[in-house]
Design a protein around this ligand. Structure first.
Ligand code: IMP
Length: 191
């Protein structure tokens, strides 16, 4: 093996693995994800901050695999909603027995933002990336992507809240960007 280290991503989400592999390309490392460790159970996101969840996932994945582990937790923070949905972004529109969907999550944000003028619709995508090494070293990195909650969804690319996130510098919604364009400006890319 020519790579310097094996890095394990604390995810089974193949889209996320592909995106992080692209971002880590060039570091010369071998990047695995949890599909290489079928016997290791998923780490639950029990903390109430993005940083707490990312650190917990990295620490437990490192302990379970004996490898350098990288974990991320991300969310959309809307200023007018005092940072909601934040750490609850994935689950925002769900309830008991009712799984959340991207469409439901976006509809809930748009509903709460009804009548709010453009200048008060500021928001950001926020990623915390945590790294944990078997020797116990830990580090966390933050990345933010500032934008506005749009009046209505637009675009077919990406996932999650991308259709309602407007980047004022690019003049486009996140869901109108290719993966390369998004990686160049996104919270995850920066982290
Ligand atoms: P995760 O921690 O990366 O799994 O992100 C949690 C949730 O935040 C996702 O399920 C999405 O709802 C939202 N989210 C995170 N990153 C993005 C993004 O790049 N675009 C749109 N939504 C995102």
């Amino acid at each position: 093996m020519t790579s310097k280290h094996v890095i394990v991503l604390a995810t089974r989400n193949q889209g996320k693995t592909a995106e992080l592999r692209e971002l880590l390309a060039g570091f010369g490392e071998t990047v695995l994800d949890m599909s290489a460790f079928p016997g290791v159970p998923d780490v639950e996101e029990t903390e109430n901050t993005l940083e707490g969840n990312a650190r917990r996932k990295a620490r437990l994945t490192c302990a379970a695999t004996g490898r350098i582990a990288v974990a991320d937790d991300s969310g959309l923070e809307v200023d007018h909603l005092r940072g909601e949905p934040g750490v609850y972004s994935a689950r925002y529109s769900g309830g008991p027995g009712l799984p959340a969907t991207d469409a439901g999550n976006m509809a809930k944000v748009l509903h709460k933002m009804q009548g709010v003028p453009h200048e008060k619709r500021t928001c950001r995508f926020h990623t915390v990336l945590a790294v944990c090494a078997p020797g116990g070293q830990q580090a966390t990195f933050h990345g933010v992507w500032e934008g506005y909650i749009a009046e209505e969804p637009k675009g077919e690319q990406g996932f999650g809240y991308d259709p309602i996130f407007f980047d004022p510098e690019l003049g486009r919604h996140a869901a109108e960007l290719s993966r390369e364009e998004k990686n160049a400006v996104s919270h995850r890319g920066k982290a």
